[in-house]
Ligand binder design. Structure first.
Ligand code: SF4
Length: 442
């Protein structure tokens, strides 16, 4: 008779929303007494959480499934690509089970069938915060699933369904637990953070004896009570975003907005089925900055969308000049199987797409570089992520983990800094992405 716990290998692919799904599955596995192991050899079964957003992600997911099958043989597939089970079965007919995103019940059912649990509550301890895939000092906080928009290039609504918000008290309780477990930065994620609560008709709930609406502003007010950094991702540029800028100006919320604008030409935005009032967007950005001058805006754009003309692409470059965004990511449009944009006429030639992408990135690089240079000489509050030799690698309020830049603190080791600590840093240099400085001894 074996006393060893059953062992599960886990491969987590995709965006932060998929990462949160992975964390929930891992937490449940640990609750039920499974050990999570690092190698295919050690695992009795492997779970692969897939991504299916763009073609390269599909390929990466299929490759990961293939590798797990070759190395281990017993593979359970879940996540976004699970919605396209035929694609998985065609490539890998031997997988044990396939389920879609957030389908924790099916994943656990498949694990139980392949490898029955052996639960001993006295030895299987799970931290109060669940299993996290992020470092101890920051965590993603998922406030809703699905999306009510129907952007023509996106298949997320068909994979994840319409918006389903988590009641505000549930989110605040989770955040409170994370902070108790040592988290210093909460990263609020969803498909559309500004739509939070609309499906629940902004239901009121009680947390810490106070009533909060299930609504973006009330959520931010609640989170500000926790005394840690709160950063908002995936915000749509709607008028009610105006309401949270004063919270940023008051230091209750990080002065940071991640708003995927996607384009600036009204006609292209219409083809994308995104809101198209570019003048209003520029006005709004200006107003936000007048209320909260330190506001950092990050965005993503798609160039070479079907039908995009040279003049419309130049409108986008003009928008960059006017908007002076801090951080920008861009993609050349690539068709996603099942997206309605594939049926649009006048696809842009691949070489033209790549040439526009290069011009776009060049223009934005100048803007980002200048905006970072303007910070030289200032003092920034930073959160330390890691120590690397003499250096501490940190982030300022303007830098989200993984996607933005870093602050390299030259005397980080000497200053005795540790991951998860806040420190005031005098900024002495900059480049296109990062800042360089020295910790101030207080
Ligand atoms: S807002 Fe648009 S791009 Fe974002 S998830 Fe919803 S449909 Fe997709």
């Amino acid at each position: 008779m074996s006393f060893a716990n059953p062992k599960v290998g886990f491969v987590s692919l995709g965006c932060p929303k998929a990462l949160v799904d992975s964390e929930r599955i891992l937490t449940q596995l640990r609750v039920e007494g499974y050990d999570i192991v690092q190698t295919y050899d050690d695992a009795d079964v492997v779970v692969v959480n897939t991504c299916g957003f763009i073609d390269s992600a599909v390929t990466e997911s299929l490759d990961a499934i293939g590798e797990a099958l070759a190395e281990n043989g017993k593979v359970i597939v879940t996540g976004c690509l699970g919605k396209r089970a035929d694609v998985i079965r065609d490539a890998h007919p031997d997988v044990l089970s396939i389920s879609g995103p957030q389908d924790y019940g099916s994943v656990m059912g498949a694990v139980h069938a392949a490898l029955p649990p052996k639960h001993d509550p006295f030895i299987n301890l799970v931290p109060d915060t669940g299993i996290k895939l992020t470092p101890k000092h920051y965590a993603y906080l998922k406030i809703s699933e699905g999306c009510n928009h129907r952007c023509s290039f996106c298949i997320i609504p068909s994979m994840r369904g319409d918006l389903v918000s988590r009641p505000v008290d549930e989110v605040l309780r989770e955040a409170e637990k994370l902070v108790r477990g040592g988290v210093q930065e909460l990263l609020v994620i969803s498909q559309d953070t500004s739509a939070y609560g609309v499906d629940l008709k902004y239901a009121e709930r009680t947390w810490r004896d106070r009533s909060y609406q299930t609504r973006m502003k009330a959520l931010c007010e609640g989170l500000s009570e926790l005394g840690v950094w709160t950063r908002l991702h995936y915000v749509y540029p709607y008028p009610h975003v105006d309401d949270i800028i004063p919270l940023m100006a008051d230091g209750k919320l990080l002065p940071y907005l991640d708003i995927p604008f996607q384009h600036a030409s009204p006609r292209v935005l219409k083809l994308m089925k995104r809101p198209g009032a570019v003048d209003k967007t520029l006005e709004r950005i200006q107003r936000w900055r007048s209320i909260c001058p330190e506001l950092t805006i990050r965005s993503t754009f798609i160039v070479g969308f079907p039908g995009e003309t040279e003049a419309e692409f130049e409108e986008l470059l003009d928008f960059l000049d006017e908007a002076q965004l801090d951080r920008v990511g861009a993609f050349a449009y690539s068709p996603v199987e099942g997206a309605r944009a594939n049926d649009l006429p006048d696809p842009v030639d691949e070489a033209v797409k790549q040439e526009r992408l290069a011009r776009f990135m060049e223009r934005q690089a100048e803007i980002s570089t200048a905006r970072l240079e303007a910070k030289v000489g200032s003092v920034q509050q930073c959160l330390v992520d890691a120590i690397d030799g003499e250096l501490a690698i940190a982030r300022s309020m303007a830098d989200a983990p993984e996607i933005d830049g870093l602050v390299q603190i030259q005397n980080g080791f000497e200053a005795g800094l540790k991951p998860g600590e806040f420190v005031q840093v005098e900024i002495m240099g900059s480049d296109e992405h990062d800042l360089y400085g020295e910790a101030l001894f207080t």
